[in-house]
Design a protein around this ligand. Sequence first.
Ligand code: GDP
Length: 606
Amino acid sequence: QSAVSSSPSDGNNLRSPICCIMGHVDTGKTKLLDCIRGTNVQGGEAGGITQQIGATYFPAENIRERTKELKADATLKVPGLLVIDTPGHESFNNLRSRGSGLCDIAILVVDIMHGLEPQTIESLNLLKMRNTEFIIALNKVDRLYGWKTCRNAPIRKAMMKQSKDVKNEFNMKVTQIVTQFKEQGLNTELYYKNKEMGETFSIVPTSAISGEGIPDMLLLLVQWTQRTMIEKLTYSEEVQCTVLEVKVIEGHGTTIDVVLVNGVLHEGDQIVVSGMQGPIVTTIRALLTPHPMKELRVKGSYIHHKEIKAAMGIKITAQGLEHAIAGASLYVVKPDDDLEYIKKAALEDVESVLSRVDRSGEGVCVQASTLGSLEALLEFLKTPEVNIPVNAINIGPVHKKDVIKAGVMLEKKREYSTILAFDVKVTPEARELADKLGVKIFSADIIYHLFDQFKAYMDNIKEEKKKESADEVVFPCVLKIIPNCVFNKKDPIILGVNIFEGTLKIGTPICIPSQDFIDIGRIASIEINKKSVNHAMKGQEVAIKIVGCNSEEKQKTFGRHFDIDDELVSHISRRSLDVLKTNHRDDLSMEERKLVATLKRLFKIQ
Ligand code: GDP
């Protein structure tokens, strides 16, 4: 019997809370993890910290020892804390079950010198989306100018040792960052001043290098979870388990790394895991965790367990796991359970994500590494500010067949023949084919980067289309001839006019509605006070030159085909309206949109 399998959830009936670390790159997530893992605490694993698969387990004992200087109420009800080893969005996204988060609490790391950064905001959005509690680690306090190191000290004790200047700079930075969070719609406060925990998010200043504030952070994590999540943390027989990674391991074949959030797993349990080709029904061959004594660890050597209780990070070996999907749930089939029912549940877990494609059949293709990241990306694309329709989705690397699928959109809507590849590889053959077909592939491992790339691309296409359609588009305008300003009656017609409605642009075809919509030609030039301009606005008085629409036809003549009281109006058509609507909608004011509607009626366009 190993130490690992007996420690969690003994004593009272709570399981260990599961904690994820998130935040912008370089804020110190990895370092913070190293720091709490005790690389600078004597004893390391001797302090009871155990390495699991994909996670590190901190027993309550270890946390009590490290937080004793804080003289807090020492009753720790949870058996310990399970911290997921891979910081960042990926593991957080995968720790999901049917759309809700399985991570109990997150540490959102913010660099005190940089404040909120793009990925901090992305993390915030993910946390909100999955409704996950979090605390903010305001890291790198040791970088405040003049900071005096107080190794592993509680933060208030360390602050007392600092000079007035350091304290001032610290307060200023905290105020700035609190304001930045407020701009994101979030109330935050230094944890020891926070009287409304739950409403107001707590900030813990830390240094991952010298350890100041780490005791505070550990204590806050356990105290907050055990105070507010008793129900969620109560150990239950019902298995809650998610696949974090699918890996091939020498000597074991394809294995899955899972986080057992609740319940118990046994060797020999029949399980169901979602696969790319439908649910996989198999039997647990081995439940593995790493060997506790690092120095003795031989590559590929693991401890085997007969059973494992939550919460725990485990490697499972079983047959047929090749197509298992990371981010999907793992189900245990008990003797009385209906296998078909469980298979259906596993299928629905995946379908609930996969079915989020646009029914209109128009949209981009989206590809992600795991079910969890795909779900997060789809949720993001659906938000009103983003609103990108999705036509097809897939999990795993982008292959040629995915490019072919995206190519279908080339005919329908060129800009949608695009693959948004999130945290996945694109094979060289796929890239080559995409170039040949004109399919765009955008790849990134940060959601908002994908969005930025796609948006820039869409804007570019819009501009191009505007240019292409410049000849076809007709902006609506109504002109009145100014008396005594008829400078030339024909070839070309030159008149002084008042722009009564709309915008006048060069190239606009002009007709006379009151004379049976007779066409008198196109605007060849516009002058304001003898200066040439490309366009003129409502209310301006301008001189215009009108030339015949085509050279064969004789040009109409002022005084014969139309007269001083006739209004000159842009000649619109169904086609010109379509171009206007698709490519220039944003260029029109409310008033101009109304004018379009009026002219549509005038020209009897359906
Ligand atoms: P991650 O990308 O968020 O995982 O960031 P890392 O943990 O890799 O840290 C990025 C850099 O910041 C590294 O050079 C770290 O040594 C440094 N760093 C991290 N935490 C601290 C800290 O608390 N104080 C200082 N001075 N440097 C830190």
